[in-house]
Design a protein around this ligand. Structure first.
Ligand SMILES: C[S@@+](CC[C@H](N)C(=O)[O-])C[C@H]1O[C@@H](n2cnc3c(N)ncnc32)[C@H](O)[C@@H]1O
Length: 307
């Protein structure tokens, strides 16, 4: 059994403003920490939980069943939120939660290939039925594609140098394992960068984002989520790096924007808005939480409400 400590638990659940007969969606079930808290507060409502990982679903469903049976687990990418809910006859919901990224077990189970600390086959798929894995990205992407992945998803400052090193290594032999990849990263990293922490951290992040197409699915999902909220319904999103936070920030900024036709004597405040941002600045964990849980250090939470 694995342990995943939920981040910003109280803050996120309070921010959902839960009604006891409401319909809620947890887009990232994981270990079921957030879902459990929602479920406890909706004796007359229903919770729909998404995860694309079979192991997360297996573990969390046991946990949730001990609370009540007012929940449905959907094994699907949260990019499909609207379609999947429509298939179940659910057109509108009262709150949606995202706690992005991977669960602790993804790193703790070496065979999942997410951790640069263990040695395992390169994998990094959350959905293990998906074809593309880290093996595919590292061994088949072109020089340009790898350079883009490293710079865009890992914000690596020497992306081409690293991509060239990967191509050179795989020309000799397929790169199969996490440690083979770590060695290539260490060799290609300038000494000055190596002093700033383990260089594989950001490179693994970049590959993981590419394998799971994390940024594109988030954009698609947020667009759908905004369109299925009931009045007073809220979206709460917890992100763990600037790329995700930027997408949330942009989606919420666009949602609250009003277009004033040019030349009309109307003030911005005169136009009825569809959404309002509940958090002007992202909420971050307390010092106590980050001391207890290192994973919480980079967390940022944003909340929006439909008017
Ligand atoms: C950080 S964990 C969630 C932890 C959970 N909130 C808790 O308290 O236990 C994120 C979970 O979301 C899942 N996930 C990430 N991206 C997803 C996506 N695009 N579609 C479906 N599930 C996703 C992962 O498999 C993982 O189990």
């Amino acid at each position: 059994m694995y342990k995943h400590v939920s981040v910003l638990l109280k803050e996120s659940i309070d921010s959902l403003n839960i009604k006891n007969d409401g319909i809620y969606v947890d887009c990232t079930l994981g270990g079921g920490g957030h879902s459990s808290e929602i479920l406890k507060q909706i004796p007359k409502g229903h919770l729909y939980c998404f995860d694309q990982d079979d192991y997360a679903i297996e573990v969390a469903s046991v946990k949730l069943s001990k609370i009540s049976d007012n929940f449905t687990i959907i094994k699907s990418n949260f990019a499909n939120i609207k379609e999947e809910l429509e298939d179940l006859g659910v057109m509108k919901v009262d709150g949606i939660l995202y706690d992005l990224g991977v669960s602790s077990f993804h790193f703790d189970i070496p065979e999942r290939g997410f951790s640069y600390h263990s040695d395992a086959l390169l994998d990094m798929r959350m959905d293990q039925t998906q074809q593309i894995s880290a093996l595919t990205v590292i061994n088949q992407y072109s020089l340009n594609e790898l350079t883009t992945v490293f710079s865009k998803y890992g914000e690596i400052t020497y992306p081409k140098r690293l991509a060239v090193a990967v191509i050179k290594a795989r020309d000799e032999k397929v790169i199969n394992t996490t440690q083979e990849f770590v060695d290539i990263i260490l060799d290609a990293t300038p000494a000055a960068v190596r002093k700033k922490g383990h260089p594989a951290k950001k490179v693994f992040q970049a590959i993981r984002i590419a394998v799971n197409d994390e940024l594109e699915v988030l954009k698609k999902s947020l667009e759908s989520s905004l369109s299925i909220l009931n009045q007073k319904g809220r979206i709460v999103i917890i992100s763990f790096h600037s790329l995700e936070d930027r997408i949330a920030k942009r989606a919420f900024n666009n949602a609250v924007k009003v277009d004033i036709p040019r030349g009309l004597p109307i003030k911005d405040s005169d136009i009825p808005r569809e959404f309002i941002k509940i958090t002007r600045k992202p909420v971050t964990p307390t010092d106590d939480e980050t001391t207890e849980n290192v994973r919480a250090r980079s967390a940022k939470m944003r909340v929006i409400e439909k008017l």
